[in-house]
Design a protein. Structure first.
Lengths: 264, 401
């Protein structure tokens, strides 16, 4: 069931459950992400994709199940906990401060400190700008200066900054929630290129998307969720039309590789 | 195209680009210079006399320090209406401390600053912890401190402050270095400070430019850079010369300068300042980045309270007394100064130096119109127009940029 097995799992989710009142958003989901793998996560609205990723990124505490990072069991009580373990989330609305420049956003909350005067930490702006510029160059992101304010950037450039920011601190896993949802066609191509670039440089990535062609283009493997359960876990291969038909069948419930289990 | 022509073109283009890109930033400096020039003419030069400039600075001081604190409050998307009467109340506390409790002035000032900080933290608690909208929380403070001011001055009415050291803060001048014979009639320490200020500014600008050039070609063209240095030098030099020709730098001016330098440093160079602007720009993003919005709300309101105390001290010292109506409408003057100085009501945008300029614009208007003998009713209408124009200008330039 899991071809393409090339290395140990960098992240493993075991039987994750999450309820919101009477609603069972996740009913026992397993997920494995291997080193240097791009995993697509798809499903209809309310299938549980975002909830699952919020559990992994520390925004939600699960009601049941385990999270393992490189084989070690961990518990997250906040996004900062997850970030310290190398789990970085790129939010759908970019989560950038538009009034700050590119370098400021890349280092937001993790500013480089040059000196301390009593309780005040003085920033090392030069270091941060150089590092941010190096990061943009490495990822081939086309922004003329790291001192441009984010409000002056296009949607695609903002998404690129948000992704660059997630990769700036040696993340083990980068989660992208609908990275292409708000973008123009040209910008979508650039973001997908960026995902390939990250994979080429060794990153492990989970990508949530409604756009099946995006998943098809960049993912190695794909998991389909339906009503809080995993219904498919297959490598991405074959012709795009066949792929699309197969995925849609899983999404709407016409196919299910795992059967109804773990109810409640 | 020849080399020189191309150079001229690039200089002009750079100048146009600079004006377009920074009109929001430099607009208020232009406005202040224009206002000063107009009043200089309409009052036959009285407005720019040493004596009037010193008075202007001392009148601006207690609003300027409030405007600095208010800038940060508005940057993090809040407002503080309580600081006017808090300032008046704390001025009265300072007076009572010295007159009734016989606490020496050197202990009174820190005491009042601490009480102010605590009062600010109380507002911060209501806003950050209880999640009461700042407008409502600080409106309660406005009522409360107004009551407190009336309560402490009820028995005595206006409290006269007999302490010369305390009163010097609002009326006195920094002492001169004794024994210098050259340039008689001028205040030498003021000249030296002004000169040092210019040298430090020019040197630090050149160093910063060099540093930037080493890894980013996107710097101000040389011509524009020189123009900026010359402009600032002339401005600071001119003010220094005017002040030195009278009695030198007033204590109020010295206090305001220190406050501006400290806050300018904190907002532009430190992690704390970066986080304050991040919270103003996108509180959710800041929180997700591990920045505690609550903690920063406490810090910003605490600083606002401390500056309200400083404002109260400056005002009581200037009047040599604590009055029953001290601080009335200071909060609105401070808010107006901040908006005229380029602070955005949407949050995340605004500089402390801008608010200082905004405070000068507003007091210059009052001062100049008073000197012209203009009816007070028209004065309010003129100030209203300037405030509205500043905000319209801000919105218009933002939408275009």
């Amino acid at each position: 069931m899991t071809p393409g097995e090339v290395g140990p799992a960098v992240v493993e989710l075991r039987h994750i459950k999450k309820n919101f009142g009477a609603v069972q958003a996740l009913r026992g989901v397993d997920l494995q992400l291997r080193h240097n793998e791009v995993l697509g996560l798809v499903g209809d609205n309310a299938a549980g994709k975002s909830t699952l990723m919020k559990v992994l990124s520390g925004a939600y505490v699960p009601d049941g199940g385990d999270i393992l990072i490189e084989g070690e069991k961990v518990e997250f009580s906040s996004p900062m906990d997850a970030r310290r373990q190398g789990i970085e989330m790129v939010y759908q609305d970019f989560a950038l401060a538009n009034n700050l420049d590119v370098a400021g956003n890349v280092f937001l909350g993790r500013e480089a400190v040059g000196a301390r005067i009593g309780p005040l930490a003085v920033m090392d702006n030069r270091y941060m700008e150089q590092e941010a510029q190096g990061l943009l160059n490495r990822l081939k992101i086309d922004i003329s200066s790291v001192r441009l304010k984010v409000e002056r950037l296009s949607g695609g450039q903002r998404q690129a900054v948000a992704i660059a920011r997630a990769t700036a601190f040696n993340a083990k896993v980068i989660i992208m929630d609908e990275p292409t949802a708000a973008l123009s066609v040209a910008a979508i191509g650039k973001v997908l290129d960026l995902v390939r670039q990250l994979k080429a440089q060794g990153s492990s990535i989970i990508i949530i998307s409604h756009r099946l062609e995006d998943i098809y283009q960049v993912s190695d493997r794909m998991i389909v969720l339906r009503h809080g359960l995993k219904v498919s876990d297959t490598p991405v291969q074959g012709d795009i039309h066949e792929f699309r038909e197969r995925v849609v069948a899983y999404i709407v419930g016409a196919r299910n590789d795992f059967g109804e289990r773990a109810v409640g | 195209m020849t080399q020189t022509k191309r150079a001229q073109m690039s200089f002009l283009q750079a100048a146009m680009k600079l004006v377009r890109g920074n009109i929001r930033e430099y607009g208020m400096y232009v406005a202040l210079l224009a206002i000063m020039a107009v009043f200089a003419v309409t009052t036959d030069g009285v407005f720019i006399s040493s004596r009037n400039i010193v008075t202007l600075v001392n009148q601006t001081g207690y609003i300027a320090v409030l405007a600095v604190g208010m800038t940060l409050v508005i940057v993090i998307r809040h407002i503080d209406l309580s600081v006017g009467y808090l300032s008046g109340f704390l001025g009265a506390v300072a007076a009572i401390s010295m007159v009734s409790w016989h606490v020496p002035v050197y202990a009174t000032i820190p005491l009042v600053l601490v009480i102010g900080t605590l009062a600010g933290l109380l507002s911060g608690f209501l806003v950050a912890k209880m999640e009461i909208p700042a407008f409502v929380a600080t409106l309660a403070g406005w009522l409360g401190y107004r009551g407190a001011l009336q309560l402490v001055t009820r028995a005595t009415g206006t409290i006269i402050i007999p302490d010369d050291t305390f009163n010097a803060i609002g009326n006195g001048f920094i002492p001169d270095i004794p024994g210098i014979k050259i340039l008689p009639g001028l205040h030498h320490l003021t000249l030296i400070l002004g000169f040092l200020g210019i040298v430090i500014f020019v040197v630090s600008e050149i160093i910063a430019r060099r540093k930037l050039q080493s890894y980013d070609s996107n710097v101000l063209p040389t011509g524009m850079f020189l123009a900026k240095l010359v402009l600032v030098t002339v401005l600071v030099g001119g003010i220094t010369w005017i002040l030195a020709g009278y009695q030198g730098l007033s204590w109020t001016a010295a206090v305001v300068l220190v406050v501006i330098l400290v806050y300018q440093f904190i907002t532009t160079k430190t992690v704390l300042g970066r986080h304050i602007y991040a919270v103003g720009g996108n509180p959710e993003a800041a929180e997700l980045s591990g920045i505690s919005v609550k903690r920063l709300t406490y810090v910003v309101f605490g600083s606002m309270g401390m500056l309200a105390a400083l404002s109260g001290i400056l005002f009581a010292s200037r009047l040599r007394s604590a009055t029953t109506t001290a601080g009335q409408l200071f909060e609105l003057d401070a808010i107006a100064a901040a908006f005229v100085g380029g602070v955005s009501a949407a949050g995340g945008v605004g500089k402390v130096v801008g608010s200082l300029i905004g405070a000068f614009v507003m007091t210059s208007l009052s001062s100049g119109m008073n000197l012209m003998g203009m009816d007070i009713s028209y004065q309010y209408i003129v100030r209203a127009s300037v405030l509205a124009a500043a905000v319209i200008f801000d919105v218009a330039t933002r939408n275009r940029g």
